[in-house]
Design a protein around this ligand. Structure first.
Ligand code: FES
Length: 107
């Protein structure tokens, strides 16, 4: 069972029993609202997650992510949640810029 902890959502933990789903999909299946302006097509960066721990527990960066990284819109410690397939435990945070107004974040 894969465990994903979201630090700035009061360290909420969610679980996933498949290694075939994107981080965004896992978040959605666990009723976590997460910004995703382009609908998960790799055409924006609003779904990004800061990876605090577990960067190696996801599939390699996609072409979309590499392109955003090259132009400075995706840092080394960030992934697009719609692109990264979760393969193991993660600790993540919602970036300040993409916090949703109706959610109370813990920091
Ligand atoms: S939702 Fe737009 S890149 Fe992921």
């Amino acid at each position: 069972m894969i465990k994903i902890t979201i630090n700035n959502l009061s360290s909420k933990s969610i679980h996933c029993n498949s290694k075939t789903k994107s981080l965004l999909k896992v978040l959605q299946e666990n009723y976590i609202d997460w910004m995703h302006a382009c609908g998960g097509k790799g055409r924006c960066t609003t779904c990004k997650a800061i990876i605090v721990d577990g960067m190696n527990n996801m599939t390699p960066k996609t072409v979309f992510e590499e392109n955003y990284q090259r132009v400075g819109r995706l840092d080394n410690n960030e992934r697009l949640s719609c692109q990264a397939i979760v393969e193991g435990d993660l600790v993540i945070e919602v970036p300040e810029l993409y916090k949703l107004p109706h959610i109370e974040y813990s920091r």
